[in-house]
Write a protein that binds this ligand. Structure first.
Ligand code: FAD
Length: 347
């Protein structure tokens, strides 16, 4: 168990915010975690408590006055029950391991930053696959009863970037490991047209006949690399806003706006969300308001993807990101009447 006081979180959030917490605890096993809580050690530490992973979906808006917990439980083990992965294992290390060992399942989710425990909380998703499609069980520590509890997939109540761990069970359960259903049978997920085309290109270029999870992983990493900033080079937390789901009338207004600007053939990107609702990509709305590539002080909007707010110089302070967030959301509201909600968790 590693306990630090007045600890810098700069390396623990991909936005690179230079903030600190009053205390930081990293544990290496479930036993250590159980011992820590059963001995009542939490009562000696500053409140509130926050469990973080790699900090890739967090925006610290200032110094954190409480205690930050972090998992050092890192392992991947195979049994008859499935493949179990420690919560502190980097998600992409697991994806790489699967590709190297010929397991199908997470290859489309390759390259998503963060840890496996948080992936279970977030229900991460990309290129037609979500975490929920792969998981069998999520093993947790219950901080209220000081006992371990296993959630079966259906009990996790997964939704779009959502789970019970973000809703009614928030703060109560610490994910300690995840058990996955993986397959060694060839089972590619190529519903996304451009992924399919890129995979076909990769196969013909490499003159390989058999499709492997490793080939799909390489293609996905290539696509991500061309669109998203590498957190090791430019600070960000990925998609900053959720894609709004709005009554159809808002889509019709956006369509009217776009057709009068770009011509009658123009199609506003959208997805039918049922019951008279439509999902409009937040990136499109933000781009229409002229933010793509915008820069203000140390903060900015990524030039290749307007949904990503970035710490351009590495010196941005939380207020600069929050000010930009407000300006962007305000302009989308003014132009389209649509309220954007942050995807990134503000701490
Ligand atoms: C460049 C970039 C690209 C991204 N692309 C994608 C993408 O394609 N798809 C996608 O879905 N997301 C994407 N993200 C968002 C992010 O990577 C995911 O949300 C990821 O799962 C967050 O993991 P983390 O370990 O960094 O968690 P954190 O950001 O540290 O935490 C996220 C949440 O999980 C909780 N948590 C963390 N660990 C535990 C635990 N062990 N037990 C209980 N609660 C815990 C935290 O309290 C917090 O509520 C991207 C982010 C970046 C920076």
């Amino acid at each position: 168990m590693d306990l630090r006081k007045s600890y810098s979180l700069k390396k623990h959030n991909t936005f690179g915010m230079d903030v600190s917490c009053a205390a930081y605890v990293e544990y290496g096993s479930v036993e250590e975690l159980v011992k820590f809580f059963s001995a009542g050690r939490q009562y000696d530490l500053p409140r509130p408590f926050l469990h973080i992973g790699g900090g890739s979906n967090l925006l610290f808006t200032g110094d954190f006055p409480g205690t930050v917990l972090h998992s050092g439980i890192r392992f991947i083990s195979v049994s008859d029950h499935g493949v179990e992965v420690g919560a502190g294992t980097l998600w992409d290390d697991f994806c790489l391991w699967c590709a190297e060992n010929g397991f199908w399942g997470p290859e489309n989710l390759s390259g998503i930053p963060g840890e496996t425990g948080a992936a279970a909380v977030q229900n991460i998703g990309a290129y037609g696959v979500e975490f929920k499609d792969l998981v069998r069980e999520v093993r947790c520590f219950d901080v209220v009863t000081c006992s371990v509890k296993t959630f079966r997939q259906a009990e996790c109540r997964y939704g779009y970037r959502d789970s019970i761990f973000k809703q009614s069970a928030k703060g109560r359960y610490i994910v300690t490991s995840v058990v996955f259903n993986l397959s060694s049978e060839v089972s590619p997920r190529l519903e996304y047209g451009h992924v399919k085309a890129a995979v076909e290109r990769a196969l013909s270029e490499s003159s390989k006949e058999a499709l492997t999870p490793g080939i799909i992983r390489s293609v996905i990493l290539g696509i991500r690399d061309s669109k998203l900033p590498d957190p090791a080079k430019i600070g960000s937390a990925g998609s900053f806003f959720k894609n709004p789901v709005v009554p159809k009338v808002f889509y019709e207004k956006a369509e009217h706006y776009a057709k009068s600007k770009y011509g009658q053939d123009y199609e506003v990107p959208h997805f039918d969300a049922g019951s008279g609702f439509v999902k409009i990509p937040a990136a499109w709305l933000i781009e229409q308001c002229g933010w793509k590539g915008y820069r203000e002080g140390n903060a900015g909007v990524y030039e290749k993807q307007p949904l990503v707010l970035v710490n351009l110089t590495g010196k941005a302070v939380p207020d600069e990101i929050v000010a930009l967030e407000k300006k962007i959301a305000g302009s989308v509201l003014d132009l389209f009447g649509i309220e954007l909600q942050p995807e990134v968790e503000h701490i």
